[in-house]
Design a protein around this ligand. Structure first.
Ligand SMILES: *Cc1c(COP(=O)(O)O)cnc(C)c1O
Length: 426
């Protein structure tokens, strides 16, 4: 591929790019280049109107009738099936509900319960040391719960952390109950080969849970193609669902009628409004829900989902790879000798849609960038993270962002006192 070196050439390529028409579907501030859509996606036009409709008409006028008449009750699965089209899911395998942390708890508990029946000696949950912290904490919390309540004096449940593919393959064994990995790593952007790793885990007798938080809407995913067991993920990142919008859970149909997940609230009951004395789980993915849904937030997700479905994931992926390549090339050429070290794999097959660089003054540099309207984020240790979202970022945005980074590094502007103050959320 020919390397493009001028802003003018990039602007010409942008002008011919069919994905450019999606930028005006989002309400982005004029003076901002937004490189954090991997953490909180942008506001799509129509989402505020959808929320207002839920509040004013459906709630205000419809009142409780709206659970039936406005389709509120069906939303988790209706939206789940829409999202499922991006994930290689079959109908009624995906629900949008709860948070990623909660959904992971439910998936892990269900997987352990299934293994307890099929292969009781399997007591190890394998996950990554470099995983998003909540994924490790939830696994630790579940292991602690089952161990503390167990009457047995046998082998306790345990969380084992792996560092790379070699240690993963070495760790998979007769004692492995479940492997829980993030498809795209939140910090480095590196991506596991879902097909190969799922097959390796299955060969070892383990079940597999994929956390798609940084993958859904960013890279093509085919859960049934990979024969995965469970998946969870966020809708507020690349799917542009809004701050704290409900997460999703996907469960391969072969696991639907096995065991309960322990957050067996009434929304997961087979007939919630029978108000039965005892629990009977639903026989599809509804079994993985818990209680009443946050309807306003849930309803808004549809706006971002419709845009994602319209855009075609393969085109988005191709653009993401082009823009991430461009970003890496420009930073390495125009910001050379300033101590930035790429931590994201260069191989296309091994990375998602964000690019991370390490710098010993990463926090201050990111704070200086944000002050100039280039919004990325910072992750310990010393990592500057830049999310590349082709629906609303162009080649010239990437050029302009790197120029501002170059100026900040060149002038030492990041050394100002104000940039050393740490915010609660980074
Ligand atoms: C963002 C993210 C989460 C967030 O979980 P919440 O329950 O929404 O706070 C979980 N896992 C991964 C891998 C993430 O990147």
């Amino acid at each position: 591929m020919q390397t493009v070196h001028t802003r003018e050439e990039l602007a010409q390529l942008d002008a011919q790019d069919p994905l450019r028409r999606f930028k005006n579907r989002f309400a982005l501030p004029e003076s901002v280049i937004y490189l954090d859509g991997n953490s909180l996606g942008a506001l799509p036009h129509g989402a505020a109107e959808r929320a207002a409709q839920v509040v004013t008409a459906e709630w205000g006028q419809g009142l409780i009738r709206s659970w039936n008449e406005a389709g509120w009750f069906e939303l988790p699965l209706v939206l789940g099936d829409k999202l499922g089209q991006l994930l290689g899911a079959n109908p009624r395998e995906t629900a949008i509900t709860d948070t990623t942390s909660l959904n992971l708890f439910k998936a892990l508990a269900s997987a352990l319960r299934t293994q307890k029946s099929d292969a009781p000696q399997r007591r190890v949950i394998i996950t990554e040391r470099d995983n998003f912290p909540t994924d490790i904490y939830i696994a630790e919390g579940l292991a602690d719960l089952v161990n503390s309540l167990s009457q047995e004096t046998g082998v306790p449940y345990e969380v084992k952390l792996i560092d790379d593919e070699a240690s993963l393959r070495a760790a998979l064994g007769d004692d492995t109950a479940v492997l829980a990995l993030s498809h795209v790593n939140y910090r480095t952007g590196s991506m596991w080969d879902m097909n190969q790793i799922t097959a390796a885990a299955h060969d070892a007798g383990a079940l597999v849970i994929w956390d798609l938080a940084h993958a859904a809407g960013a890279v093509p995913v085919d859960l049934n193609g990979a024969d995965a067991d469970y998946a969870v993920g966020c809708t507020y990142k690349y799917l542009n669902g809004g701050p704290g919008s409900p997460a999703f859970i996907w469960v391969n149909a072969r696991h639907h009628d096995r065991f309960w997940q322990p957050l067996s609230g009434w929304w997961s009951h087979n007939a919630p409004f029978e108000m039965a004395e005892h629990y009977t789980p639903a026989n599809d993915v509804r079994r993985f829900m818990c209680g009443t849904q946050p309807v306003t937030s849930l309803a808004m997700i549809e706006v971002g989902l419709d845009i994602a479905l319209e855009a075609d994931m393969d085109a988005v992926r191709a653009a993401s790879l082009e823009l991430t390549d461009l970003f890496i090339e420009l930073v390495e050429t125009r910001c050379a000798d300033h101590g930035l070290e790429l931590v994201t794999p260069r191989e296309h097959a091994q990375r998602g849609s964000h690019v991370s660089f390490r710098h010993e003054h990463g926090y201050e540099i990111m704070a200086a960038l944000i002050a100039r309207g280039v919004i990325g984020d910072y992750r310990e240790p010393e990592v500057l993270r830049f999310g590349i979202t082709p629906l609303y970022l162009s080649r010239t945005d990437i050029w302009d962002a790197v120029e501002i980074l170059r100026e900040i590094l060149h002038t030492g502007d990041w050394q100002r006192e104000e940039f050393t103050v740490r915010n609660a959320v980074t």
